[in-house]
Design a protein around this ligand. Structure first.
Ligand code: NAD
Length: 351
């Protein structure tokens, strides 16, 4: 029997972690980041079509578990994702995820995928896409503060999409910096390991903060940030979890994905409810301004929005068509007579 195609109704294609890694190597990581950024940008540009809601979060002392749903009217998608900063001490990931796409017209799932790796890719692709709009022209150096699971993806995406040449790494844990430097060796970036956040920012036009700590942390203080830089703030993405001193926000033009979610989760949770922000989709369709001067500080207050996961799943669905990088998942009951669900169960009794 030939392998079912992803368009077969009774079978849901499943992309495992193993197949996601194979897909990345098949496409090439930089090409995949560029492809993901293209899909993410396309969906930002049709923003008004989407069902949008802040993600549904279940908080605990240790972390958060979230559901992120959206739909463009034809396809529905959601991601399950957690954030548990102390997980790494037990050898577990801070962030793990999986996601699903379904047909809106009949509600049948059409893709189930691992999204731990895909989230790192989509977050990096989104960061670089936003930096393409907001970073100073000719930016070639990025400070990468927080050298955990996301950091190499962030660095490679900024190379592939923005064209950076130098990445300056810093983490409070030197072992994390050494790991990131080793992983990035030979990938076309000049990598420098730094001893402090200040040192990592020397000569950097882009500053990425990607740390994990469930508190109001101050990774950057006001005096550390000079005029004209672009800040890509990734790690403050949950109530009570931020990375930047409020004074930096006062001096910056802040760009966000979906304001109702970012006001709860982003750096701007520290500011008044009416703190001015610009929506990225409007910059992308040209109805709002991005960078307007060489001295302006632009700040992407990234929290990760459901449409970015939807775009990433849409991209993966297109890429696995005609490949072996998926498995048939027996997820949907498919009785010959749709009303005879019980009969199907009964006939399956062991004889
Ligand atoms: P991780 O736990 O693998 O890495 C975090 C790193 O930050 C660790 O190496 C840790 O030593 C370092 N760190 C902690 N405090 C620091 C400090 N004060 N200065 C320098 N380094 C410090 O986590 P990860 O998977 O890389 O995720 C990083 C953050 O990004 C998390 O907070 C996560 O929730 C967030 N995240 C955001 C998005 C988004 O879309 N915005 C997506 C994914 C993850």
């Amino acid at each position: 029997m030939s392998k079912p195609s992803p368009s077969d109704k009774a079978y849901v294609p499943f992309v495992s972690v193993d197949n996601m890694m194979k897909l990345i190597h098949h496409i090439g990581i930089e090409e995949m980041l560029v492809g993901l950024a293209t899909y993410i940008e396309e969906d930002f540009k049709r923003w008004e079509l989407f069902d949008k809601t802040p993600r549904v979060a279940s908080h605990s002392e240790e972390g958060v578990i979230e559901l992120m749903p959206t739909s463009d009217g034809e396809v529905y998608g959601f991601k399950y994702v957690n954030g548990h900063p102390s997980n790494t001490k037990q050898g577990l990931q801070t962030v793990t995820a999986f996601g699903l796409l379904a047909n809106v017209d009949n509600g049948y799932p059409v893709l189930l995928s691992e999204m731990t790796i895909l989230t790192a890719l989509r977050t990096a692709a989104t960061s670089a896409l936003v930096a393409k709009y907001l970073a100073p022209k000719g930016a070639d150096t990025m400070a990468m503060i927080g050298n955990g699971a996301q950091s190499e993806f962030q660095s490679i995406a900024m190379k592939a999409i923005v064209g950076i040449k130098n990445v300056r790494l810093y983490d409070i844990d030197k072992a994390a910096t050494a790991k990131a430097a080793k992983n990035l060796a030979g990938l076309g970036l000049n990598v420098v390991e730094c001893d402090s956040a200040e040192a990592s920012m020397e000569g950097a036009q882009i500053i990425t903060t990607c740390t994990a700590d469930k508190q109001y942390a101050t990774i950057l203080t006001d005096n550390m940030v000079g005029a004209g830089v672009h800040i890509n703030a990734i790690g403050g993405d949950c109530p009570g979890k931020t990375e930047l001193a409020p004074a930096i926000l006062e001096r910056s033009d802040v760009f966000v994905e979906f304001p109702p979610q970012t006001r709860i989760e982003g750096e701007i949770q520290q500011m008044a409810e009416d703190f001015p922000v610009t929506e990225l989709w409007q910059v992308m369709i040209g109805t709002a301004k991005g960078r307007t001067s060489d001295t302006q500080i632009t700040l992407f207050d990234s929290v990760g929005f459901a449409t970015e996961d939807f775009s990433a799943l849409r991209y993966v669905r297109a890429q696995i068509e005609g490949t072996d990088y998926h498995q048939p998942l027996d997820l949907l009951a498919d009785p010959d007579d749709p009303r005879d669900l019980f009969g199907m169960v009964r006939r399956a009794a062991p004889s």
